[in-house]
Design a protein around this ligand. Structure first.
Ligand code: HEM
Length: 451
């Protein structure tokens, strides 16, 4: 009989529930402590389910790239299908393959870059709102900018009147879906908040449907996602009924992620005068005092390093989960079919074998080649890598440029705590200001509990 290497097993689990309470209470703490005690691969149980955590980039490459066909999306994401149906982000197998082939070209660099003016317009108008009082709540503002951008990109421009409804319905729908995910409610049990869920979903569906009707009656073909999906459906590649789910899943995948990532990057920049100065110099040298244009962005190299370093430390998506659909062997470790696999960008980005002084914010580390490609996975890697990475990096560059050049400051030190949902969402906001002193701001800082 073939001998396999033994995967270290976490002790102290409950005989029936396994390690479920540790994983649910504070998963990041559980992962970090277990890495210290057991190393870069270990196993535990969630109920009866065998689960393996992996923090070794070569093994991650095996799962996400080399043998990705043997791993599907984790079943924990199933409640999202209540909102999105079999959309790209939550589907698997042949359905996923077909959708990925169809949707990837819609995120091509040229298509994304056509949104430069739109993004610039939204952040400029937000900053001119701030200028009326000389201050604003940063995360709240960034969330509103990124939501405007993504709804223009997906549903189309000119929806000012419906924007508040779109935002409120979406946020509440996602909250209900996350709650269902956390509770792991089985399919056959009645679902929580189903009436409210249906009302919110119907509200969104009718906005999207009216946009579809408008597109159908227009002569010009627009470049937004809804028009592109309609074209695909005309050529028989996509069912009309799938368009709404696809749009919602792209908003879900791209909205909160980009607002958190921009928030974290701005916080890092504005709390470090040395970085702020160097960045301003880059902006001034490249734009030569002219208005920001698309062609400037590719020369913003220090900005790119800052974004990478910020994505490394903030790890907006902190878990990538899979389920093995075949028996597999990784470096002599046996992975039986039906095992849950957990990979965490958060812990991988702090793996001391690949990152020197991992807790320091040091953008210069990205000026040289990183040691192992799979030790840096903010957008995942392999065939399921994020389709929106180019989009969010373009958006972040524009947002960072305008905020840095606007002269707003943050007066209080970083003390952000996070909700561990699908993202690491900040628990509190911070005031960004042009005119107050530190003491005044400190007096007025309020704790925000978003959930
Ligand atoms: C900083 C911002 C973002 C981060 C950190 C991020 C991160 C990720 C990660 C980690 C994955 C999962 C990869 C996997 O499971 O292997 C993913 C998938 C995905 N992302 Fe993003 N994302 C961001 C922005 C966006 C944006 C702006 C969009 C769309 C406009 C988007 C659309 C998607 C979609 C559709 C998928 C599913 C792809 C598939 O399953 O084939 N993301 N993203």
């Amino acid at each position: 009989m073939k001998k396999y290497k033994k995967i270290p097993k976490i002790k102290n689990g409950h005989w029936l529930l396994g390690n479920i309470s540790a994983v649910k209470d504070d998963p990041l703490h559980f992962y970090q402590e277990s890495i210290k005690n057991y190393g870069d691969i270990f196993q535990f149980r969630i109920g009866h389910k065998k689960s393996i955590f992996i923090n070794n980039p070569e093994y991650v490459k095996h799962i996400l790239q080399k043998n990705s066909n043997s791993y599907s999306r984790h079943t924990g994401l199933a409640p999202l299908k209540d909102i999105t149906g079999d959309a790209l982000a939550v589907s698997d197998g042949e359905i996923w393959k077909k959708k990925r082939k169809l949707i990837t070209p819609l995120f091509h660099k040229n298509k994304i870059e056509a949104y430069f003016d739109n993004i610039q317009g939204h952040i400029e108008s937000k900053i001119s709102d701030w200028d009326k009082t000389g201050e604003a709540w940063l995360f709240d503002s960034l969330s509103s900018v990124t939501l405007s951008v993504i709804s223009d990109f997906t549903i189309g421009e000119g929806l000012e009147d419906e924007r508040e409804k779109i935002e409120n319905n979406l946020l509440r729908l996602f909250e209900i879906a996350f709650d269902r995910m956390k509770k792991g409610i089985p399919k056959w049990l009645p679902k929580t908040n189903q009436k409210e869920f249906n009302r919110l979903a119907n509200g969104l569906n009718s906005i999207i449907e009216s946009q579809i009707k408008r597109r159908e009656s227009e002569e010009d073909i627009k470049e937004d996602l809804i028009s592109m999906l309609l074209l695909a459906s005309d050529s028989g590649n996509f069912k009309r009924s799938e368009i709404i789910g696809e749009i919602l899943s792209i908003v879900l995948a791209g909205y909160e992620t980009t607002s958190i990532a921009s928030f974290r990057a701005i916080r890092y920049i504005l709390s470090r005068p040395d970085i702020l100065e160097k960045l301003k110099k880059e902006f001034e040298t490249i734009t030569k005092g002219q208005k920001l244009r698309l062609e400037h962005l590719s020369d913003f190299q220090y900005t790119t390093s800052i974004i990478n370093e910020s994505l490394r430390l903030s790890s907006v998506i902190w878990t990538i989960a899979r389920e093995s659909i075949n028996n597999d062997v990784i470096d002599g470790y046996k992975i039986p079919k039906g095992t849950s696999i957990f990979i965490s960008p958060f812990t991988m980005h702090r793996n001391i074998k690949y990152w020197e002084n991992p807790n320091d914010f040091n953008p210069e580390r990205f000026e040289k080649k990183i040691e192992h490609l799979y030790s840096f996975i903010p957008f995942g890697r392999g065939p399921r890598m994020c389709v929106g990475s180019t989009f969010s990096i373009l958006e972040m560059k524009i947002i960072i440029y305008h905020i840095v050049m606007s002269g707003y400051k943050i007066m209080v030190p970083e003390k952000t705590k996070f909700h561990q949902t699908i993202t690491l969402r900040p628990k509190m906001d911070v005031i960004i200001t042009k005119n107050e002193t530190k003491d005044q701001i400190m007096e007025r800082e309020i704790l925000y509990d978003f959930l």
